[in-house]
Write a protein that binds this ligand. Sequence first.
Ligand SMILES: [Zn+2]
Length: 303
Amino acid sequence: MDARKKKPGKGKSGIAGIVFLLGFIGVMCVAVVYTTTAFKSAAPTETPPPGSQPGETQSAFPYISPSVSPPAHTDPPSDPPSVSPTQSPQDSQYGLPPTLPPIPPPPLGNLKPSGGERDGWMLTLVNRETPFSEDDAPPSLEELPNGLKFDSRAIGALNAMLDEMTKQGLSPVVCSAYRTLEKQTALFEGEVTKNMDEGLSRAEAVEKTMQSVAYPGTSEHHLGLAADIVSLEYQRLTERQAETPEVKWLLKHCAEYGFILRYPAGKEHLTGIVFEPWHFRYVGVTAAKEISENGLCLEEYLS
Ligand SMILES: [Zn+2]
């Protein structure tokens, strides 16, 4: 009861307290609104991080999911500028100068193929820069009807292709398939000797031989996935082989069986080997079609 009586006695000072409190809240509200507005207007003037040009972030950072980007109408995120690639929708609202340098493409060095570790055994690259390693050796070999050997995983495709050629009335001859390191060395040395007999020094003869015979260890015949196929009527390894009906058929149909012409004309600077219309390499049907339809060599396809 005493408490009730005391309340009216304190009425005036209570009202004054409420008025003061309301006034204080009002001041605080104004301060908060001012601060928020100031923050919002200040945010867009922050120096944009380099490389956050609109429109380019998607292609330069394709591995960043677009779903990470903030919605276009939310407040600027409090993330540090280092996440700028995800902020492109907003950067465009900030009127960035159009002179910002484009984002350099990501380095590709570590994406380049290395031996048989990229995309499986069918696409193993062997050339002067990527020599054959024992890891690339075929796990098992099978014999062709003429006794030459081929990787047992791909010999079915080779035999099917040769069978079809025979059905078409053609006479293909596989004159070389799997080669050991010793065999390649003997072939290479034989050609060097021939060139030296024509008057070249050994260094010159080696250089000339390397244009047509792969240096031992750099031949993809070591993989057991390459076959030299010529016409029964014309068995010489010259460019004229391209005019035989057998090689003409192969150039048109080999991709259907997973083979490519490995050393095409015009790609010598990439393959390091002259035009060899007889050398066919198994890479699988998918890669073979992509390579031939786009006019690539294996080096280009794998880079
Ligand atoms: Zn060959």
